[in-house]
Design a protein around this ligand. Structure first.
Ligand SMILES: Cc1cc2nc3c(=O)[nH]c(=O)nc-3n(C[C@H](O)[C@H](O)[C@H](O)COP(=O)(O)OP(=O)(O)OC[C@H]3O[C@@H](n4cnc5c(N)ncnc54)[C@H](O)[C@@H]3O)c2cc1C
Length: 411
């Protein structure tokens, strides 16, 4: 066909786009500012690459969700698994979370790299694209060293602002803005929340199962997630906190104050409460500190007794009922202040980005013909659980098909 396509950014979406476009006969070049492609993919899923999920519904996504699902209908999770199978990579299901059979992100990177190599795709590494100019026909790209390249079409796959050490430092978003796009304000997503709570000095390093709820300044419950919470001396973290961080960050961006409440007995009923309160009778010869042995982490217990105003050495039989009620209530509602988030460096995803309303059904720019976009640069982000990679893969595939059709029409 002879038409050439530039993929700017060789991450998850760019790699899939490059492979699918090249298989259809386009001459594809992938630019990446790093010395190798797919740097972020190595770090995904704690090095295991959680690339999908059995549960796949609109409530797993934020941003332009309705339009994103038009893209998922074009290239579905099943299409993604077929794509990986076609590369020889098998997928396994661990309690609904999908991983490569090897449980190694490195093997996903190597599989994609091998296909890119075998298709003869032109890979240009250490080349950060800093300028994109629309020509009469096609585009001129300029990299940070001043080298220029010309292409018939291009796909912007540069990611957002999250984890900039992996290459996605927001330059791609600036390129999109320079081509006439607007942006839905971005905030870090899937990120620990900062807190200046004194009790974190005691809790640093503690992990505890439970439920964490986000409240706004009117004390209204905003959202709630369950799982393992993790505490550092200045942040509240863990997957349930990641899941609610995006919502918290947008509220704070709008000037709202928010706070968290942790429930370490989620789902506990009245019978549990009564047995908790009666425990004091059973353990009458122990002290308040020993009361918790086998129930809660000892440092968590220390914090709760302190907030309840109960001396840890007080004999159980001397603990008054209202003190015990306070202790129980704190186990269900331990409050944490929120003072922002730890920033893009530690975020797994960018919330916000280029609105899908500025791209057509093929992810072609409505502002600049021949420019396509895919991945995290777009205003779509998912919860933890494989949803962000799924978006990167599906949008990369649809943008590749769109670019192919565009170039077939002789543009
Ligand atoms: C630690 C961590 C763990 C994660 N784990 C998971 C997980 O298990 N499951 C999941 O679904 N999601 C996970 N994610 C999120 C997921 O990795 C991203 O959403 C996804 O990689 C986004 O793909 P992308 O192609 O849009 O961007 P990226 O993968 O970020 O790739 C963008 C590429 O573009 C390059 N680039 C940027 N600007 C330029 C430029 N101007 N010129 C040239 N090249 C450029 C970058 O170097 C980079 O290689 C994780 C993220 C992190 C940080």
């Amino acid at each position: 066909m002879g038409k050439n396509l530039a993929i700017i950014g060789g991450g998850a979406s760019g790699a899939v786009a490059a492979i699918l476009a090249s298989r259809e006969g386009l001459k594809v070049s992938v630019f990446d500012g790093n010395s190798a492609l797919l740097k972020k993919l190595h770090a995904t899923g704690n090095g295991r690459c959680n690339l999908g999920n059995d549960y796949f519904e609109k409530d797993c996504y934020y941003g332009d969700v309705e339009r994103a699902f038009n893209i998922f209908h074009r290239f579905s999770p099943e299409d993604t698994f077929r794509f990986f199978n076609s590369l020889g990579l098998f997928i396994k299901d661990i309690r609904g979370y999908l991983y490569p059979l090897s449980e190694s992100a490195k093997t996903v990177v190597e599989t994609l790299e091998a296909e890119i190599r075998s298709l003869g795709i032109n890979v240009i590494t250490n080349s950060k694209v800093v300028r994109v100019d629309r020509l009469n026909k096609g585009f001129k790209l300029t990299d940070s060293e001043g080298k220029t390249y010309e292409f018939d079409a291009c796909i912007l796959c540069t990611g957002g602002n999250a984890a900039p050490k992996t290459g996605s430092d927001g330059v791609g978003i600036k390129l999109a803005l320079s081509m006439g796009h607007s942006i839905v304000k971005t905030v870090p997503g899937l990120v620990p929340l900062k807190s200046d709570d004194e009790k974190l000095k005691t809790l640093a390093g503690v992990r505890a199962e439970g439920c964490i709820s986000l409240y706004d300044e009117n004390n209204s419950l905003v959202c709630r997630e369950s799982g393992e919470m993790q505490f550092t001396d200045s942040s509240v973290s863990g997957i349930p906190v990641f899941q609610i961080s995006r919502v918290a960050n947008y509220l704070m961006l709008d000037g709202n104050k928010v706070y968290l409440k942790a429930d370490f007995f989620p789902g506990a009923d009245e019978a549990f409460r009564e047995s908790f309160l009666l425990r004091k009778l059973m353990l009458h010869d122990r002290n308040a500190k020993e009361f918790f042995t086998g129930i809660l982490n000892d440092r968590l217990m220390e914090v709760i007794l302190k907030e309840a105003g109960v001396d840890p050495l007080k004999p159980c039989e001397d603990i008054k009922n209202d003190e015990l009620e306070r202790v129980y209530d704190l186990c269900r509602n331990l409050k944490f202040t929120v003072k922002g988030n730890v920033g893009y460096d530690k975020a797994q995803v960018t919330a916000g980005g280029i609105p899908l309303s500025e791209l057509d059904h093929n992810l072609q720019s409505l502002k600049c013909e021949g420019l396509f976009m895919a991945g995290e640069i777009i205003n779509v982000d998912g919860k933890c659980g494989g949803y962000n990679l799924q978006w990167a893969f599906s949008s990369g595939a649809v943008a590749a098909e769109g670019a192919l059709n565009y170039l077939k029409q002789g543009r």
